[in-house]
Design a protein around this ligand. Structure first.
Ligand SMILES: [Zn+2]
Length: 149
């Protein structure tokens, strides 16, 4: 990783070199100084390019993190709730529910993957249609089979 401070120092040193080179009368010394300056400029150009690449990578990372944070905010309006049979669901807080946004529960398993999946509320359980997560609400009554006498 190229440090910006080192790059700035390098630029300053090259400028100083150029300043002192303009007072040189000896052609051989002048040629050497110009060659030295050119070499330093090429090195700085490649360092700047590396810096630009690095900035681009960081910029992309920040952008992705911001998007993730923004997406995760949707889950802030839900709270974890335990069903009577010990299953867990994330239920919309009362303060966030309204006529256009009725109370519902979402899948805690999908939430871990950053997905907001609304659970289907059945008579006996909450069911996720995406990952098949199930949270039991009440026991399914035993099936009574009556035989004809
Ligand atoms: Zn799910």
């Amino acid at each position: 990783m190229v440090e910006v401070g080192a790059l700035v120092s390098s630029i300053k040193a090259t400028v100083e070199l150029a300043k002192s080179a303009k007072d040189v009368n000896d052609q051989a010394k002048l040629n050497a100084a110009v060659s030295d300056i050119m070499e330093k400029l090429v090195a700085m150009q490649s360092e700047l390019f590396a810096k630009q690449q690095e900035n681009h990578t960081l910029f992309e990372e920040v952008k992705q993190l911001k998007e993730k944070i923004e997406k995760d905010k949707r889950f802030d309006q839900y709270q974890l709730e335990k069903t009577a049979l010990g299953g867990y669901v994330l239920t919309l807080c009362d303060s966030n529910s309204s006529e256009n946004h009725p109370k519902h529960s979402i899948c805690p398993s999908c939430r871990e993957d950053g997905r907001l999946s609304i659970l289907e509320e059945g008579t006996y359980s909450f069911n996720c249609q995406v990952c098949k997560y199930t949270a039991k609400i009440r026991q399914v009554p035993p099936i009574r089979v009556s035989y004809p006498r």
